[in-house]
Design a protein around this ligand. Structure first.
Ligand code: CTP
Ligand code: MG
Length: 357
């Protein structure tokens, strides 16, 4: 058979294998239901301390990139501006309350840079793996970036969700998804995929939502939150009717090209990935890492090995946790993935299994 035909067949096979791969890894309705109940219960308790408080989910429980048994990210928002609540104090109060009223395993971290509370609900029949959950205070930007990710997913769910979910599983199985151990958060990997679909792929698979003008003019305070411009085009109905990508590549093709791009083309040494603005230089952001700043700043130097600009908090490098070794490992994994997928094994399912081993 002609090699082109064989290649086409492998790509089709790869796309359908990717769909079947992620499908059983999605959370069950029961899991979603229990999580929502837990959120409601905790919210009710928190309201006994501060009636104007609300407890919202963010991260993978509501950006459509959630996997089965993933952690729950929650944030307390206090609507009463007169309430005058100090986050670390509030964390300690919630911890006391939950310790008294629930059988969660409670661990407050009031002194962390952003005070949070860690909770663990033990395994039960409804929740064979229990629930791990982080509660933060007043982190409103996280709610907005969650909404941005969700809106991107909604534009082209079949391709965007499949790619991101697969990448997340792959990164977890290959152990390169541990910000505490020098590699990258799920949020970071998700931004990499979106960056690739908006700025690298030509024609693009996704529009740049932060650059589409609003339907009606907006005032500065309508799109400003904590001093940051959090505007993005979020009218899903209009996007569905008016955006249609002329890129018809399959998920399989996009995945191979994603790995290839980050193995060979992206200039990790001097570039910054910005979903908002495309490729930027480390120099223009002041995120340099090659200057010799001396022993004390050894840690600071390691901070900008991989640079991913947060979509709203543009002075924040989402990948600051990635060390020199971490980046070396991540790039090695991109190369390994490219190798496995381009050696064109007969069966795509086997290639995916090998990829995630
Ligand atoms: N977040 C952030 N900055 C980071 C990491 C995370 O602002 N450096 C916020 C984002 O709002 C993100 C949320 O925390 O959506 C959750 O991040 P993370 O746990 O990395 O992603 P999830 O999508 O929740 O993935 P997982 O299923 O692995 O938990
Ligand atoms: Mg999470």
């Amino acid at each position: 058979m002609h090699p082109g035909v064989l290649h086409r067949r492998f790509l089709n096979d790869l796309s359908s294998s990717l769909f079947s791969f992620v499908l059983p890894l999605l959370p069950t309705n029961e899991e979603l239901h229990v999580k929502e109940e837990v959120r409601g219960l905790i919210e009710k308790l928190i309201k006994t301390i501060e009636p104007s408080a609300r407890l919202l989910s963010f991260g993978s429980s509501c950006n459509s990139f959630g996997l089965r048994n993933s952690d729950m990210d929650l944030v307390v928002l206090i609507d009463d501006s007169e309430a005058n609540i100090e986050p670390s104090h509030f964390v300690a109060m919630i911890a006391d309350l939950l310790e008294r009223e629930t059988n969660f395993d409670v661990k407050p971290l009031p002194k962390a840079r952003i005070p949070i509370l860690k909770l663990n609900l033990k395994a039960s029949t409804a929740l064979p793996f229990g629930i791990a959950c982080d509660i933060g205070i007043e982190n409103r930007l996280a709610i907005e970036n969650t909404r941005l990710l969700l809106t991107y997913a909604t534009i082209d769910p079949a391709r965007v969700r499949t790619l991101v979910l697969f990448l997340k599983v792959w990164a977890k199985r290959r152990r390169i998804n541990s910000p505490y151990r020098g590699t990258l958060s799920s949020y970071g990997f998700t931004l990499m995929v979106l960056y690739y679909l908006v700025h690298v792929k030509q024609p693009p698979v996704l529009p740049n939502l932060q650059r589409i003008a609003p339907l009606r003019p907006m005032t500065e305070d309508q799109y400003t939150l904590e001093g940051k411009n959090v505007y993005f085009f979020d009218d899903v109905e209009t996007l569905r009717n008016e955006w249609s990508s002329i890129n018809f590549e399959s998920v399989g093709e996009l995945l191979i090209d994603f790995f290839r791009y980050f193995s060979h083309d992206f200039q990790f040494n001097n570039s910054v990935l910005s979903l908002r603005a495309g490729q930027l230089t480390k120099e223009s952001k002041g995120w340099v890492n090659d200057i010799d700043v001396g022993g004390v700043n050894e840690m600071a130097r390691d901070r900008n090995r991989l640079c991913i600009e947060d979509p709203f908090e543009t002075t924040y490098n989402v990948a600051r946790t990635v060390t020199k070794d971490g980046l070396y490992t991540i790039r090695g994994e991109f190369m390994r993935a490219t190798r496995i997928l381009t050696q064109r094994p007969d069966r795509a399912v086997l290639a995916l299994a090998e990829l995630c081993r």
